[in-house]
Design a protein around this ligand. Sequence first.
Ligand code: NAP
Length: 269
Amino acid sequence: MSQGFKGFALVTGASSGIGAIYAERLARRGHDLILVARNAERLRKLADRIAAETGRKVEVIAADLGKRDDLARVEAELRGNRRITTLVNNAGVGATAPLLQSDIDKMSDMIALNVNALMRLTYAAVPGFVERGGGTIINIASIVAVAPERLNGVYGGSKAFVLAFSQSLKHELSDKGVRVHVVLPGATATDFWEIAGKPVEHLPSEIVMTAAAMVDAALAGLDLGEFVTVPSLPDVADWNAFEAGRQALLPNLSRTEPAARYGVRPEAA
Ligand code: NAP
């Protein structure tokens, strides 16, 4: 059901999977859209369908966010378009191979997209959001942010970046009206798996969620005011305990003296 106009949402990786569902759901919630991905034809088809179904304005930007010039065009849009109220940093690629079987150039390309593009687009969006007194940033991380042993380690590391960066954004921006939401999906049935080297049909079906259910849960988490949403996690108390453990570490992470268990006498340090 359509609601009142909420400004433009710029969604990266909108041509398929999770990003395409976000686009459709955000349009139904009252956003006009700017859809970004490489495949212009798929973007255009989706844009036409969403516009026809929702009556919202849907623009597309065909861009390879791993390429500097293309990324700069999307950054310019975020800096210059004052009607953008929401940025969904969703574009990303994964890998399933371990280090010894991985191509180092593909690892670098993954960092360029999952880390560098997400960071640059956020830096492009934030000053305008702060100036206008509001905005929402939705960062799509992954459960591998906290379980990097599950898949390729560079992929896990890139998603740990997304979680840590989001924690810092929340810390710096929540008093400036900017909402930060980070989503940690588990296995979700999209093209991601085929591209990452393991078709989704090869996963145990009991660990795989549909993209529609994943996004609907994530948007419900956003509505609940969650900072982190883990769509699969049955009991949110488990995440809260994990976060409480992290918070408990903070006062002791930087001190004059090494911990007693290392047996280093202060004068020798
Ligand atoms: P997907 O269906 O493969 O979608 C990836 C999207 O990113 C596509 O729209 C793709 O479009 C775009 N993209 C890829 N490379 C790009 C580039 N260089 N520049 C611009 N756009 C690019 O996979 P998905 O599952 O929806 O993935 C979306 C996000 O969810 C990713 O960040 C992924 O890490 C995360 N995630 C997925 C899962 C899962 O199990 N599926 C789990 C946790 C997290 P083009 O090919 O047209 O560029």
